[in-house]
Write a protein that binds this ligand. Structure first.
Ligand code: RP5
Length: 161
């Protein structure tokens, strides 16, 4: 089945973070696939995924990795599809290592880099949906409604915890 979004991650251990992207896409009714694709442990898989992404009908790739997080950038080198990078929080360096590994791409191969961790993964899902909504009016309506519901859920005043 053709789905528009590929959610890829460097390791099973990234799924706890990357499932936030999947959850948002579920809420918005956007189809996706999930794959473990490691730049270091499965480089051939990365190459095959990037080479076939356009032909398989993918339109946006959300890529999360931690530490020496080369997956999003290498995927951006391999496909012209928009790649949204999610720096996974690490124990050793708190995810700053992941962020720096993803964000500082050389001219020519951009990665749209999100915040570190779960918020970044959720925002990656929203960013993917926003890209797809450009030519999908029904999705645009669902995204508008999602954003309005979030705004409406924010209280006017704080309360004691
Ligand atoms: C990266 O190394 C992965 O993206 C993951 O965030 C990190 C640690 O991987 P595991 O050792 O938990 O498999 O490639």
């Amino acid at each position: 089945m053709t789905v528009p979004v590929g959610i890829i991650m460097g390791s099973q251990s990234d799924w706890a973070t990357m499932k936030e992207a999947a959850a948002v896409l579920d809420e918005l009714g956007v189809g996706y696939e999930t794959r473990i694709v490691s730049a270091h442990r499965t480089p051939d898989r990365l190459w095959d995924y990037g080479r076939s992404a356009v032909d398989r009908g993918l339109r946006v790739i959300v890529a999360g990795a931690g530490g020496a997080a080369h997956l999003p950038g290498m995927m951006a080198s391999k496909t012209r599809l928009p790649v949204i990078g999610v720096p996974v929080q690490t124990r050793a360096l708190n995810g700053v290592d992941s962020l720096y590994s993803i964000v500082q791409m050389p001219k020519g191969y951009p990665v749209a880099t999100m915040a570190i961790g779960a918020a970044g993964a959720a925002n990656a899902g929203l960013m993917a949906a926003a890209i797809l909504a450009l030519d999908d009016p029904a999705l645009a309506q669902r995204l508008d409604a999602w954003r309005e519901a979030l705004s409406a859920s924010i209280p006017q005043e704080p309360v004691d915890d």
